[in-house]
Write a protein that binds this ligand. Sequence first.
Ligand code: PRP
Ligand code: URA
Length: 212
Amino acid sequence: MPTHPPQLHIADHPLIAHLLADLRDKATPPDRMRSIVRRLGTLLAYEATRDLPTDHHTVTTPIQPCDAQRLHHNITIVPILRAGLPLAEPILDLFPNARMGHLGMYRDEKTLQPTTYYQRLPPNTPDAPVLLVDPMLATGGSADAALTYLKSQHCTDTRLICLVAAPPGLDRITKNHPNTPIHTAALDSHLDHRGYIVPGLGDAGDRLYATT
Ligand code: PRP
Ligand code: URA
């Protein structure tokens, strides 16, 4: 059994495995891809936010007062465009008061280096946990650049949610951002010569938005 870094959390749930099977299947059309990604987003966000701090309150039920807890923070959700969008939307449904930032990035097909074309964070983002969401962690270049940017904006509690990770990306984030937990549905074998995750699911953005 390989040992994984403590910051890596691989979701272990039969429903997640079931959804991932359809997501990987090359016959799955874009509308179903988006629907599956949404469901996986809900399930992974549930785990990634398990340790959010809460405050104690007293509420009065129709019967009597009782102790209760409410979330201490209003979190920020930051998808990396494009493919992070359908993963982020269900998290916003779970946390309807959350703030949402956007980071636009694309990976050069030859160099595999990310280029940032859009950055927009809500005010007060650094004060609360930030969920960075992107389905694919391949070389890790995009997530590394995104986390470096979030740190430059003074965000101290960052958490990465992805669906399929590969060892090079995992190693890079573990080394450069050791305090960022990584929540993924799967850790795959390796990258191919074009930087695609093997077995992976192909190009996430293209499959979600029918751009091939
Ligand atoms: C994909 C994916 C990640 C990135 C992962 O986006 O959504 O952002 O590749 O690769 P990396 O770990 O090697 O950086 P892509 O660059 O294809 O952009 P798109 O979503 O606009 O298609
Ligand atoms: N980006 C994708 O969309 N898929 C991969 O396999 C790697 C990077």
